[in-house]
Design a protein around this ligand. Structure first.
Ligand code: ZN
Length: 463
């Protein structure tokens, strides 16, 4: 869409959103759900049918608290804010973003007021992305991560130049190599697409229609990790049982679980030594010039380079969660209206210095870097770190059940891992809540220890 189309598009989306919302929250849907209740009770809890009615009822009960007008206003404000943010970010001009941020926050406060029975206002927003998870629960996990990760990241931080960067990596060869990796992961050209964009994302229009976008840099291969990340999202959607197609259950159960899959394929697989034992010779074939003097061990160090950095999406595994925790804490204050919005860039920069150890030189590399607040997605960020935590929990479980997983990676085999995840997680779609799902996959609740164990072990291999 040309940038000038965004005004009309905002109105169109708001109209569609309002109509869909009105239809869904109508009393007729309530009556139908009511009539289904006895039948639902007669079905097994785990059955597709009972799950469909249960999840739809839960969605309906939450949605009907929100007037259609407010829903439309939120949608319109987000669509209008996005291009304002994009321009403000480009010119590093926070002041021009301030009015739309204020409007989005005001609408979120009105949204929270539609509900009652929560412990903290932020719970309502978090629940939209991670159903049933409270701010207090997340806070416990994040406090632990913060306490452990700040010193870990400081100790592991490296000086000097990262190997194999700032060299020419022809874009066509990058795409060729990425497709080799993706096809090993399960990318099938008859059901998947890979295209380039400014901000990588994955979307699915059905379990057999998976669309990934990524971005390429000409002087490094960081784009590959964004591609593996989006592929992880795609594998989850692609793995949902086709019996759930065209129902509200036909997607991942929450953003945290979704992110556990993107991070698992990006990091636990894609930044592991066994993975590169198989792929590094192939990478070298694609980039004979750039990698002529680079050995496997240098490359492994390069893709796991720990250094404090400004941009969340490019952060290493030791500092990534700290970027998220900063946003999680700040969002609660923004919602409570306890920070002066005009001072937000300064507050951001101060906290970056104390959490991550760097100070942004401008707002483009600081408070304006993410699109979430412009898109109205307040409460979203924490799911990124929850995803990291869950990815390591799942990893411990699958590693125990398939002890030769790393040998398989060295042979370029990822099918057994994908099948395990498909059986335990992907096929269920949204049938179970995030907590139920995690319990079924790993046998317990969210726990930061596996991630911290993984991180310590990994960092020890890099010294
Ligand atoms: Zn993601």
């Amino acid at each position: 869409m040309p940038p000038g189309g965004s005004g009309v598009r905002a109105e169109q989306i708001a109209t569609l959103d309002r109509l869909a919302h009105e239809l869904f929250i109508s009393p007729e849907i309530g009556r139908l759900l009511e009539r289904l209740a006895p039948w639902e009770d007669a079905q097994e809890y785990d059955s597709d049918e009972a799950s469909l009615v249960r999840v739809t009822r839960r969605d309906w009960e939450k949605a009907r608290q929100v007037p259609a007008e407010l829903r439309a206003e939120m949608s319109r404000a987000s669509s209008l804010a996005l291009p304002v943010w994009a321009k403000a970010r480009e010119t590093s001009d926070f002041a021009s973003f301030l009015p739309v941020l204020r409007a989005n926050l005001e609408l979120r406060r009105r949204y929270v007021e539609c509900f009652d029975g929560y412990d903290e206002p932020y719970d309502v927003l978090l629940d939209d992305f991670e159903r049933g998870t409270t701010t207090a629960e997340v806070r416990i996990v994040f406090e632990r991560l913060k306490t452990e990760q700040v010193p870990l990241a400081t100790a592991a931080a490296r000086n000097g130049d990262r190997p194999a960067r700032d060299r020419p990596y022809p874009l066509e060869a990058q795409r060729r190599f990425e497709l080799q990796v993706l096809e090993r992961f399960g990318f099938d050209r008859s059901e998947w697409r890979l295209d380039s964009t400014v901000h990588p994302f994955a979307s699915s229009l059905g379990t057999d229609d998976i669309r990934l976008t990524t971005r390429y840099h000409e002087d490094n291969l960081d784009g590959l990790f964004a591609t593996m990340h989006e592929c992880g999202h795609g594998l989850y959607e692609n793995g949902v049982s086709s019996a759930l197609e065209r129902t509200p259950l036909a997607r991942g159960t929450s953003l945290g679980l979704h992110e556990s899959q993107s991070r698992l394929w990006e990091n636990l697989v894609g930044r592991s030594l066994p993975f590169w034992r198989y792929f590094f010779p192939r990478l070298r074939e694609c980039f004979p010039e750039a990698l002529a003097d680079v050995e496997l061990e240098d490359w492994y160090r390069s893709v796991n380079w720990v250094a404090p950095s400004l941009i969340r999406v490019e952060a290493d595994e030791a500092t990534y969660n700290l970027h998220v925790i900063l946003r999680f804490e700040l969002e609660q204050e923004l919602l409570m209206d306890t920070v002066d919005l005009a001072e937000l860039p300064e507050i951001w920069n101060d906290r970056m210095r104390s959490y991550v150890g760097v100070e942004p030189p401008n707002d483009r590399l600081g408070v304006l870097q993410d699109m979430h607040w412009a898109g109205g997605h307040i409460g979203y960020f924490s799911t990124y770190a929850l995803g990291n935590v869950i990815s390591a929990q799942i990893w411990e479980k699958v590693s125990a059940e398939i002890p030769d997983l790393h040998d398989q990676f060295e042979q370029g085999e990822f099918g057994e891992l994908r099948a395990w995840l498909g059986e335990r997680l992907y096929r269920h779609g949204r049938k179970f809540t995030p907590k139920e799902t995690l319990e079924r996959v790993v046998g317990g609740p969210i726990d930061p220890d596996p991630y911290l164990r993984y991180l310590r072990t990994k960092l020890a291999t890099l010294t």
